[in-house]
Design a protein around this ligand. Structure first.
Ligand code: 5GP
Ligand code: MN
Length: 342
């Protein structure tokens, strides 16, 4: 028996809003990952089966590996189709916000979302939700938004509306946020949900190949180059750093998502407890950090790199040069060691 997490009051209110809505849109965080896209598509499948007109809107492009998820062709990318996305928001009775905790995380959709008059339901697993929603279903202890969403559907008595495509989208979200069930997945209920999704026909092995083990030659070379030539290991301070500039990214024909997972790699080295990856973008430096144990990368990102996140996975945006960001990271090594490494 799976433990109950979502409050009865939230379920009741969400049910009312869904029952009376005809047009529903979903929105997720920018640079959407498998959890964001998988959750969005799962909502479209399940509420679509209920007879709702439901569209998934993403702020910007997602990794090509996700494009094969069932229903992905119907996703509206607000960067490519801004007018259409705005019209969908204008016409919606209900917006379901997935996998983010504050409007700022939706990038170019932030203002549209803030100004949207429709009712809103948030379903998310990031800390400190800060969003004006009618129903707030925020459970940071859940491994993935998609996992929370499965529980949400069950509580709404929609289990039978989860078909094979929906099951694959939910499983994709769960696999993404747990590194294919290698971290953040000690909760036994996760495996009960996985069993149900497999029973519904989800092809886990195909999803694994599609999501984790498919990459272009240039992407493989970029990641290998990053580790061979660009990884700095600060053994005394338990840290590692990888920095990639624009020229390097261009040389390997970088596409969004190509460096997904790279920041985790140095954590395999014994003694490295946190790892940072800095990527030069046009107007800022994208910061990504990961850690093992109780090293709080969310604090480092919040205090120094204009961001935040979870204890073991965080990120931010640094407005300055790539060199300045790297220098700042190196200058913090001793302080971080004293503060956070016992
Ligand atoms: P990633 O490194 O995969 O981009 O992000 C890992 C996690 O860090 C995300 O799930 C999110 O919680 C957090 N995160 C990433 N970028 C930002 C950011 O710019 N601002 C904040 N507040 N959190 C971020
Ligand atoms: Mn997530």
């Amino acid at each position: 028996m799976i433990s109950r997490k979502i409050s009865e009051e939230s379920i009741k209110k969400a049910k009312e809003l869904i029952d009376k809505a005809e047009r529903i849109v979903t929105v997720c965080h920018s640079a959407p990952d498998g959890d964001a896209v998988g959750s969005s598509l799962a909502v479209v499948h399940v509420l679509g089966a209920l007879g709702k007109e439901c569209r998934a809107i993403v702020p910007d492009a997602y990794n090509a590996n996700l494009a094969k998820l069932p229903g992905a062709k119907e996703i509206v990318d607000a960067t490519r189709y801004p007018d259409f996305a705005r019209r969908l928001f204008d016409e919606a009775d209900l917006v379901i916000c997935l996998d983010f905790n504050e409007p700022r995380r939706t990038g170019r959709l932030e203002e549209t979302l803030r100004q949207c008059k429709a009712s809103k339901i948030l379903i998310d697993h990031h800390l400190h939700p800060d969003i004006d929603a009618d129903v707030l279903i925020s459970h940071p202890d859940m491994a993935a938004t998609a996992y929370l969403l499965f529980r949400f559907f069950c509580r709404l008595e929609l289990f039978n509306f989860i078909d094979k495509p929906a099951a694959e989208c939910i499983l994709a979200g769960m696999m993404t946020d747990t590194g294919n069930f290698s971290y953040n997945c000690a909760d036994p209920d996760i495996y009960i949900v996985v069993a149900e999704l497999l029973r519904k026909g989800a092809d886990k092995e195909r999803l694994y190949r599609q999501l984790f083990n498919t990459m272009s030659e240039s992407c493989m070379r970029l990641n290998s180059y990053a580790i061979l030539e660009k990884m700095e290991v600060f053994a005394d301070d338990g840290a590692a750093l990888i920095v990639l500039n624009r020229e390097e990214l261009n040389r390997f024909h970088y596409e969004k998502g190509d460096t997904e997972g790279l920041v985790n790699r140095p954590l395999a080295i014994p003694g490295v407890v946190y790892s940072a990856f800095l990527r030069e973008e046009t107007d800022m430096v994208k910061v990504s950090m990961r850690s093992v144990g109780d090293f709080p990368v969310n604090m480092v990102c919040k205090d120094h790199f204009g961001g935040g996140g979870h204890l073991n996975a965080a990120g931010g945006e640094f407005y300055g040069t790539l060199d300045e960001a790297a220098t700042l990271f190196r200058s913090l090594l001793k302080e971080n060691k004293e503060k956070y490494i016992k």
